[in-house]
Ligand binder design. Structure first.
Ligand code: NOJ
Length: 560
């Protein structure tokens, strides 16, 4: 959007910090992070300078997918604490001038949610709250291929599960314990909206909406095109489905309209295109403030998918980000992220987590945060935390990874070594190892046994060490966040990509009211010449003054 510093929404100047509660801080020694653990670490967030905390799910849940399977939207899981703890957290964040955005997981519930439990009864009024269908015509329930469609679930296997009680199947795009809600039913939508209002009335400042662009399905439920075996990609029937804009506009009216402009909404949208994102985030349409798109985090996926990793080509990254910056320049808004609880650690992915860990983590941060959009920092990213570097299958906990391993082993393709290499590169547990607070046992995360191993590098990579070192990744993130707060050109300046074909240097300008920032990032461990004219140095990740060439993983921001 072409806002001015005077009329731009507050979140154009804001930085969001994601807390994955299970892995952040454990206050009671059960090995799992909790709300009181977060309350004990607010100084860290305040010192970093972030404006908003996005809290991954803390609701009652059987934890099949670490809380993204909710059995009660209006209760806190005892594992994380109580509603009173959450209210205390909201108040404590507000006292410090920070906001709290909750995760909203309403594409699906848990199969243990009372709505679904009731829905298993074919005569129940809740039957139509989920997607129940008989077996494929002419086939017996349970026979191979009898599922109502041939769609594959995101977590392997068919997206349909047979329920013996009625002999019908229910749809689950994720695990079989995550049945999809039927958004065609207005009673479902009303129940979701009233739950959202209940949270806003409790002081919550907005929502990060889990896979929200999957809620509208093509009601004909057509088969997808089979690529291998019996299963197919059904995404054409549910990614940004027929009624998605209608549902989000209706939600906006029912939940957000008339509320003060303090809120933030961000829709997680796998498969969203730039054109669609522009519509979703066009303020005039009143749907969501911004979306999480997935293009840049798919650039290192090979033909075999996310576990079939290949090196990033920097030109692809520039072409992708550049397209999003241009498409949302006049209408809409970007969110900017490298990491979250589903992605590997960026310093291990696109940087060098060995010799140049500090330099590459700060370079990647510079490039991301100087784009136009709202940056998201995932817990530990501000410390330059690295991938887990697990070497054994039994170290993994994530359902997606475990299901992938089980299927790969059944099919028998590839060696264990290749399988381990794939999951070590892109598995979601890379981001889920405990937050590294200090050099004490278990990195100060817990006094008990952590639910997943702590990264072995915690004696050197931890918050206490980073805070004590003025040249650390942590202090660099502080400077970047402060720059966005203080300098309107960072929030609102126009974006122009430079050197689009350079294989190692990422370069662009931001311009506003006669000020130009030139941003440079060296995506390599070698010295790179840029040939660019540069002004005064505003920020850089090397301590000594800059020459004309970029040193290994060097980042700089110049002003002219
Ligand atoms: C996206 C979430 O970020 C991920 O962790 C989860 O597994 C799926 N949605 C299903 O809720």
């Amino acid at each position: 959007m072409s806002w001015t510093p005077e009329d731009a929404p507050w979140w154009t100047r804001a930085v969001v910090y994601q807390v994955y509660p299970r892995s952040f801080a454990d206050s009671d020694g059960d090995g799992i992070g909790d709300l009181r653990g977060i309350l004990g670490r607010l100084d860290h967030l305040a010192e970093l300078g972030v404006d908003v905390v996005w809290l991954s799910p803390i609701y009652a849940s059987p934890q099949d997918d670490n809380g993204y399977d909710i059995s009660d939207y209006q209760a806190v899981d005892p594992m994380f604490g109580t509603l009173e703890d959450l209210e205390e957290l909201i108040a404590a964040l507000h006292d410090r001038g920070m906001k709290l955005v909750m995760d909203l997981v309403v594409n699906h519930t848990s199969d243990e949610h009372p709505w679904f439990v009731e829905s298993r009864d074919p005569d129940s009024p809740k039957r139509d709250w989920y997607w129940w269908r008989p077996p494929r015509a002419g086939m017996a329930a349970g026979a191979p291929g009898a599922e109502p469609t041939n769609w594959r679930s995101f977590f392997e296997g068919p997206a349909w599960e047979l329920d013996e009680r009625s002999g019908e199947y229910y749809l689950h795009l994720f695990s079989r314990k995550q049945p999809d809600l039927n958004w065609e039913n207005p009673a479902v939508r009303d129940a979701v909206y009233s739950m959202m209002r209940w949270w806003l009335d409790r002081g919550v400042d907005g929502f990060r909406m889990d896979v929200i662009n999957l809620i509208s399905k093509d009601i004909a439920l057509p088969d997808g095109v089979v690529t291998d075996g019996l299963l197919a990609d059904g995404s054409a029937s549910y990614v940004c489905g027929p009624r998605i804009h209608e549902f989000l506009a209706e939600m906006h009216k029912a939940v957000f309209a008339g509320r003060p402009e303090r809120l933030l909404t961000v829709g997680e949208m796998p498969g969203v295109t730039v054109e669609q994102a522009r519509d979703f985030t066009d303020p005039a349409r009143e749907e969501v403030d911004m979306v999480f798109q997935f293009e840049h985090v798919g650039l290192d996926h090979g033909p075999g998918g996310k576990f079939d990793v290949r090196p990033l080509r920097l030109r692809d990254l520039k072409a992708s980000f550049g397209r999003w910056q241009t498409a949302l320049a006049d209408v809409g808004w970007n969110s900017l992220y490298w990491d979250n609880h589903d992605q590997p650690r960026i310093v291990s992915r696109f940087g060098d987590d060995g010799r140049y860990r500090r330099e590459s983590a700060t370079m990647l941060a510079t490039v991301l945060h100087l784009h136009r959009g709202t940056p998201y920092v995932y817990q530990g990213e501000e410390l330059g935390m690295t991938n887990a570097h697990f070497t054994r299958f039994d170290q993994y906990r994530d359902i997606e990874t475990l299901n992938h391993v089980a299927v790969a082993k059944t099919v028998g393709t590839g060696s264990d070594e290749d399988l381990l290499a794939g999951i070590a590169a892109t598995g979601r547990d890379n981001a889920r190892t405990p937050m590294q607070w200090d050099g004490s046992p278990n990195a100060g995360f817990t006094t008990g046994t952590p639910w997943i191993s702590v990264n072995e590098n915690y004696p050197t990579v931890n918050a206490e060490a980073e805070r004590a070192d003025p040249g650390s990744v942590f202090h660099y993130y502080r400077a970047l966040i402060a720059l966005r707060h203080d300098d309107p050109v960072v929030a609102l300046g126009d974006f122009t990509m430079l050197l689009p074909d350079h294989e190692h240097v990422y370069a662009f300008t931001r311009r506003l009211g006669g000020v130009t920032l030139t941003v440079l990032g060296n995506f390599s461990g070698e010295v790179q010449e840029t040939g660019l004219e540069l002004g005064e140095l505003v920020l850089g990740n090397y301590p000594d003054p800059a020459g004309s060439a970029l040193r290994p993983w060097e980042a700089r921001v110049h002003r002219s």
